[in-house]
Write a protein that binds this ligand. Sequence first.
Ligand code: FAD
Ligand code: MLT
Ligand code: ZN
Length: 475
Amino acid sequence: MSRSIPHLKSQFLQRLSEIVGEPGLVSDAQQKDDHDTDWLKKWHGRSCAVVRPASTQEVAQVMRLCHETRIPVVTQGGNTGMSGGATPDESGAQLILSTSRLRGIREVDPLNNTITAEAGVLLAHVQEAAQEVNRYFPLSLGSEGSCTIGGNLATNAGGVAVLRYGNTRDLALGLEVVLPDGRIWNGLRALRKDNTGYALRDLFIGSEGTLGVVTAAVLKLFPRPVARVAAWVGCDSMENLLALLALSRDTCGDRLVAFEMLTQASVDLIMQHITDARRPLANAHKFHALVELADTHENGLAEMLEGTLEQAMAAGYVEDAAVGLNIAQRQAFWKIREGISQAQVRAGKAIKHDIALPISKLPRFVADADAAVKKVKPDACIINFGHMGDGNLHFNVLMPLDTPPTEMSQTVKLLNRVVHDLVHQVNGSISAEHGVGQLRRDELRNYKSAVELDLMMQLKQSLDPNQIMNPGKLL
Ligand code: FAD
Ligand code: MLT
Ligand code: ZN
């Protein structure tokens, strides 16, 4: 006689608890619910359990069990992702593997400029650990107090300093990964040169939990910038903003660490919904930029920024600017910029487009996309902002909070087509930094070539033949 499903489930849970012990299984219903839902409250799943292994060995044992029983695994870090990648489906069959107990910093080596951190370490804690040895870890996101290094690697997160330091991929030297069958790949090499074959590390970075569980990483550290200045700038066109970006690169070189763009509508939205956010400029401007310079010594940084802005004003690129010389002024600028995610959540339902384009093509794209969106939806509230310095825009359309689900999904389809087709025409990307998850899975098929999709499927099949790693995501 075959055994019943509830019996098999309780047997599976029993074996899980033998591996991780009582603290390693989430038993509180509210806590489990928090893991089953994403932070945007957009995706609601139902897992069979949430397991919290405390070491790489425990992760490996959990994966061996899942391999044997064919239980699908959704790895979850800080659950701050934007694409629903860390939320299980509603079947009640998928296991959430939370990295929240993998919180060790294994090594900090200031002479090699590296830090080795476990996957569940919060990004903010890696930054702090670097600072303790007078070094700098440059990855910086609005979610840095909640997202994890494992999640950053799995999504290849971008953030506000990509134009200077690159994406998470550029900041990783080595990885430790537990494979779908429970084997551990120790690729924790702290090397800047290593040509011993295929770049396995880069397969797992950006794979969104579909190929294995990242359990630790060796990350690059940099000299710590002690001097910082920032400016809030108002411009009348994207062309002029682009000219300011080019000029700033010329005059400031690598000291230019952030160049963030917001439209007037984005700034207005933040002012309405974020307490304590203050307008840095007296008048309205079609486009705003937050420009930041940083250096390892004070010498002339403020003068460099002021000189650049004077030149830009003389050339007619800039309408107005406010320079933030002290920490409080700079923090006030960043409060505005970082308030945009929360402002959108409070104001409505955002139809997000996280797109990357060649920087030179941004002005034309924004004009075309504005017009195309307005053509199909004349009352569209376009909230366009992003990391202009690296070519990544968040070209979002905000819908009222009470928009019925059917109208919402029809509008999503319509606007995705309009915006993503334009992105595709200039060989851009429909997911610059937030990943594919479940949000962009269908869209990916519209824009990737058959050859590229086939290569991706073959890789997935060879690493995860039983398809137990995050099914329903990415591919
Ligand atoms: P999760 O959300 O838990 O997981 C994300 C994906 O990674 C899932 O597919 C999951 O299965 C997988 N995963 C997680 N951990 C592992 C692991 N150890 N091994 C294998 N797979 C794993 N993102 C940006 O890129 N740039 C931004 O500027 C930015 N700003 C943000 C601002 C706010 C306010 C918020 C809330 C989010 C922002 N994000 C941004 C999105 C998000 O914070 C990042 O995607 C982050 O990297 C996710 O990390 P996490 O630990 O929360 O991962
Ligand atoms: C940001 O850059 O602030 C986030 O990646 C975008 C968002 O909240 O949509
Ligand atoms: Zn972003």
